[in-house]
Design a protein around this ligand. Structure first.
Ligand code: UD1
Length: 375
């Protein structure tokens, strides 16, 4: 009998689609490698097929993350690309179904809240394949956010809900999910952060842009609610330019945002204190998050990474699905109208704020794998 017999092995499909997925899957792949090395002759050996849906495809949105995070080339790339929500979701579903039928995994593992997460969950659930959702239970309670729909649908039909924090467990319990489906495992993104911290620090990215440590703002904005309306985006850019007179602003621009700036004919007045640059990779982003005086963002991941570094963070959104970053971390919500006043408050506060939440300890991927193995 081959040593990799079906009985002795656990067969996974790991799904990634968009930028915020990559730093959540990389730690799990490392944990699988460590497990297989350790348990050389002891079952179960864990095998995986890595599926990239192709939701993000540009070098700076995808390839750079694979390289920096040490993720192996995907076994399968569905090449779905951009499109409306319906077209993108449908494309992923059509591409993913035959993969599941061929691989016949014990589990499909999905992470986060992007369209690919929900699409692959729907496919697997309908084929009777168990789904594990890493980063389950987060809720913004705002169904105008496409990600909130993805979260609610994914959690309603996934079998194993692996949550980052107690608030996520409570959300699921409130929705009637039985405790037997919920496991609190912690924040898997922090595993990636800790693993790559030294490499990130050594890049000194801020210097590359002529910036001094703790004397710049690191800005990222890409949510439709911020960038898809002309008036709103113009007001935000105006506020950023004003901020740049007090504190230099470095703003790597997501392709969606860049397209809107062009579409709306906005011409932000750029200078050495107000730099709009191409999207950056994982290591540069970590480096800037740690070294910035403040982070201004609408990204979920940056709210968490800034909390880890205790860098003050202003989140340009009316709500967050990551309330722990506000309760114990360095994050607070803001609006374009309140931004100037909130910035003044940040400047009046210490340069480092808040605490690290429980289970942000770099061991989450091991806990995830443990639950997949024990079923
Ligand atoms: C997606 C996720 C969002 C996540 C974000 C991170 C959903 C619903 N949204 O939003 O949760 O925070 O990724 O980046 O899944 N584009 C490129 N190159 C790429 C990818 C996209 O140029 O590699 C452009 C295309 O014009 C595309 C637009 O960006 O239409 C938006 O991409 P899309 O994947 O639809 O959504 P994001 O805004 O990136």
């Amino acid at each position: 009998m081959p040593s990799d017999s079906v009985m002795d092995s656990l067969n996974l499909i790991l799904v990634v689609g968009a930028r915020p997925n990559f730093m959540k899957i990389a730690p799990l792949i490392k944990a699988i490698g460590a497990h297989n090395n350790q348990a050389k002759n002891a079952p179960p050996r864990v095998r995986f097929t890595l599926v990239h849906t192709g939701q993000h495809y540009d070098g700076q949105m995808s390839d750079v993350f694979f390289r920096e995070l040490g993720i192996p080339q995907p076994d399968i790339n569905l090449g779905v690309g951009s499109g409306s929500h319906a077209a993108q979701t449908a494309g992923v579903m059509e591409g993913f179904e035959p993969v599941c039928q061929q691989v016949k995994p014990d589990w499909v593992v999905v992470v986060g809240d992007v369209n690919s997460t929900m699409a692959c969950t729907l496919v697997a659930a309908k084929l009777g394949i168990q789904v594990a959702h890493v980063e389950a239970g987060l809720r913004s309670f705002d169904r105008t956010m496409p990600e909130e729909i993805n979260r609610v649908v994914t959690d309603a039909i996934a079998d194993l809900l692996l949550t980052p924090s107690a608030d996520a467990d409570q959300n699921l319990q409130r929705e009637g999910v039985p405790a037997s489906r919920i496991r609190m495992v912690g924040n898997i993104m922090i595993d990636a952060l800790l693993h790559h911290l030294e490499a990130a620090r050594s890049r000194m990215t801020h210097r590359h842009f002529g910036l001094e440590e703790r004397r710049f703002a690191y800005v990222t904005l890409h949510r439709p609610s911020n960038v898809d309306g002309r008036e709103n985006l113009a007001a935000i850019l105006h506020e950023l330019e004003r901020l740049s007179h007090k504190l230099p602003v470095l703003f790597p621009v997501h392709p969606r945002t860049r397209q809107r700036i062009l579409d709306f004919g906005l011409n932000p007045r750029l200078s050495t204190a107000f730099q709009l640059i191409e999207p950056i990779g994982y290591l540069d982003s970590l480096c800037l998050t740690e070294r910035a005086r403040l982070v201004l963002t609408d990204s979920g991941g940056l709210q968490e990474e800034s909390t880890y570094f205790r860098t003050p963070c202003l989140t340009l959104r009316p709500n967050t699905e990551r309330p722990i970053t506000i309760e114990v971390g360095s994050n607070r919500l803001t609006t374009p109208q309140r931004l100037a006043a909130d910035l003044d408050e940040v400047f009046a506060q210490p340069e480092r704020l808040g605490q690290r939440p429980p289970l942000w300890d770099g061991q989450t991927a091991q806990r995830v794998l443990g639950h997949l193995i024990s079923g």
